[in-house]
Design a binder for this molecule. Structure first.
Ligand code: FAD
Length: 410
């Protein structure tokens, strides 16, 4: 399939970036798709991860060696868009390594980073990000997983549980909808260490999967992702397992999500482009009413709409990612742009994939068809890492923040 992505745009990638994207699309189709096809539905595909490691691709999503340089948000977007185009399984496997290891790269100790990041970047260790709970999804700050100080500890002070005492903590509760669970080798876990309300009492821990008391069950999803529920039955963690300081957990989670939010949009753009290109090819050769489908104006206008919306989403994603990179990951309009990019791109991809199914007719719904696959894949990104409604709330909040700054400094 030849991509119809315009050769130039107002937001111009460099020739090197464009060549890299083309190489990634080819790698996805030729090298990674066969490994992806060999995987078992709903399980982590370790051979695929090792291949992503050997190709050096995971090292673009996870800092692989000291000084653990920050990942480029734009690189991450180009990687995710290009792999999503030709091998969505490889895209997802790569993104989840980055998401799970993000808090370690951001706030881990030298020992934690050295122990886990090179292994994650090589595809030898599987990471997972465990924030959501049965009663805390969009409202993540309502999480209830308890980190109780062990006897002898001094952390039950009613504050953020800052000390944890000498004995560490016991984690008790449930996490759910956790990608890569229960197959990951370690989890970045967000737990409540103190009585401080909402986000202030949350602390991040790195919990290896073999800790006594930690168990999990896979969940069967619409798109066959490795995803499950984790049960913590008094799982022991110590200060050596802390990511950052007690009480900093929510900020750490949000920093990782700020990096990943535009790249969820990039994943969506890659899927939209694949659906668009398949539709152009199909409409160009499908006999209909004495000609081919594309001769019908209703069809050609639909294709034009799909292409226009896909390109608009792509530009917003690139702009959000470059704002993140130039702003050092925070401040300015990073949060606003990230939310806009994720919102527009995931909603656009849903529209484009649905329109592509319509243009293909029944064939698109046959199991194994590219569009049947994309139709199932495209749904979840509108829900995870902040549902579309949550992104709209973020956008509105950021707009008023800007407005109040202008009122203060006209
Ligand atoms: C494929 C997949 C992978 C996932 N992977 C992970 C993972 O690796 N780690 C992890 O921690 N979690 C993960 N999740 C969980 C995901 O982050 C949550 O599903 C998400 O935060 C939404 O929470 P919820 O499903 O509990 O829905 P709820 O929070 O119950 O929301 C349901 C709906 O209510 C509406 N709504 C919610 N809040 C608002 C609001 N403020 N304003 C208006 N409407 C609102 C929206 O329509 C929303 O879709 C994953 C989910 C999926 C589907």
């Amino acid at each position: 399939m030849t991509t119809t992505q315009p050769a130039t745009s107002a937001f111009a990638l460099t020739p090197e970036q464009r060549a890299w994207c083309a190489r990634l699309r080819a790698l996805g189709a030729e090298r990674l798709a066969p490994s992806a096809a060999g995987g078992e539905a709903g399980r982590v595909n370790r051979p695929l991860l090792r291949e992503l490691g050997e190709l050096g691709l995971l090292a673009r999503a996870v800092p692989a060696e000291p000084p653990w340089r920050r990942v480029s948000a734009l690189d991450l977007c180009l990687l995710r868009e290009s792999l999503a185009y030709s091998c969505p399984e490889a895209e997802t496997a790569l993104a989840l390594q980055g998401l799970g290891a993000g808090p370690v790269a951001d706030a881990g100790t030298a020992e934690q980073r050295a122990r886990w990041l090179p292994a994650v970047a090589a595809g030898r260790a599987v990471a997972a990000f465990a924030l959501s709970e049965p009663e805390a999804g969009s409202d993540a700050a309502a999480l209830q997983l308890r980190a109780e100080p062990e006897p002898g500890g001094t952390g039950a002070s009613g504050d953020t549980g800052r000390s944890g005492g000498t004995g560490g903590w016991r984690l008790t509760g449930t996490k759910t909808w956790i990608s890569n669970a229960p197959w990951a080798d370690f989890y970045t876990v967000f737990a409540r260490t103190g009585e401080a309300p909402g986000s202030r009492g949350v602390t991040a821990f790195l919990v290896p999967a073999d800790r006594p008391g930690l168990s999990g069950e896979p969940l069967d999803m619409l798109a066959p992702h490795a995803l499950g529920t984790l049960t913590f039955d008094a799982v022991r963690v110590t200060r050596a397992d802390l990511l950052g300081e007690p009480g900093d957990g929510f900020r750490i989670a949000m920093r990782t999500l700020n990096l990943f939010r535009p790249s969820v949009g990039a994943f969506a753009v890659g899927m939209a482009q694949a659906a668009l290109d398949a539709s152009l090819e199909h409409a160009g050769q499908r006999p209909a009413f004495g000609g081919v489908l594309r001769d019908l104006q209703a069809v050609s206008h639909q294709l034009a709409e799909m292409a226009t919306r896909t390109e608009a989403a792509r530009l917003l994603v690139y702009a959000a990612a470059s704002a993140y990179d130039s702003g050092g990951g925070s401040g300015g309009d990073v949060a606003l742009r990230a939310a806009m990019a994720k919102l527009l791109a995931t909603e656009t991809a849903q529209y484009v994939v649905d329109a592509a199914v319509q243009l293909h007719g029944a064939a698109a719904l046959q199991r194994g068809h590219l569009l049947e696959h994309l139709y199932r894949e495209v749904r979840a990104p509108r829900i995870y890492e902040g549902a579309s409604e949550v992104q709209r709330s973020v956008i509105a909040k950021e707009l008023y923040k800007e407005l109040s700054k202008e009122v203060r400094h006209p």
